[in-house]
Ligand binder design. Sequence first.
Ligand code: HEM
Length: 166
Amino acid sequence: MILIDGIIIWIHLLAACIWVGGSIFIGLILAPMLKNIGNSIEERLTLMIKVGRRFNKFAFPSFIILIVSGIYNSRLFFENPNNFFESDYGILLFMKIILTIITFISYIIHIKTFGKEIENRILEDHDPQYLKSIRSKLIGYGRLIVILSVFILLFAALLDSGVKFS
Ligand code: HEM
């Protein structure tokens, strides 16, 4: 392996740590704590959205880096896409890419759902039903992104170990 390949894998790993580690922290630790911190549900939700927005400053670039460095790591497959279906490694890689696309789409929907408009509405609209639905959407999307990201890591581990289906 030439040095540049090793450096790109390192960048891929670093971005994976930021993306997966941060998502796990938010999805499994901070989001469930929404039930207990702050004085009101409005306060908790705005806090959560603000934390999420700050996290996105690092998470979004990390995700883009994962995609770009991932494409570099798999350049031999992209040069000839038939390669994806000619080995177990190729199939696993293809499945990892599909999972990454699903995760990216879920993440974009998640960001769009909780924009500035929603943050303002939370402060103005005191309807408990509305606030509850926002909270469960926030927690639901957070969990989905964590689960998908953990599965992507599983595929990365299988690729690394050179696992065979038969
Ligand atoms: C959320 C997205 C992703 C995460 C969290 C992730 C995570 C990882 C991790 C932890 C590794 C292990 C590095 C190693 O020890 O070799 C890895 C390897 C790799 N990733 Fe990703 N990755 C992501 C997206 C992608 C994408 C989109 C592609 C392809 C377009 C890709 C292609 C690869 C390849 C080819 C390897 C080398 C596997 C091997 O060791 O043979 N990754 N990834």
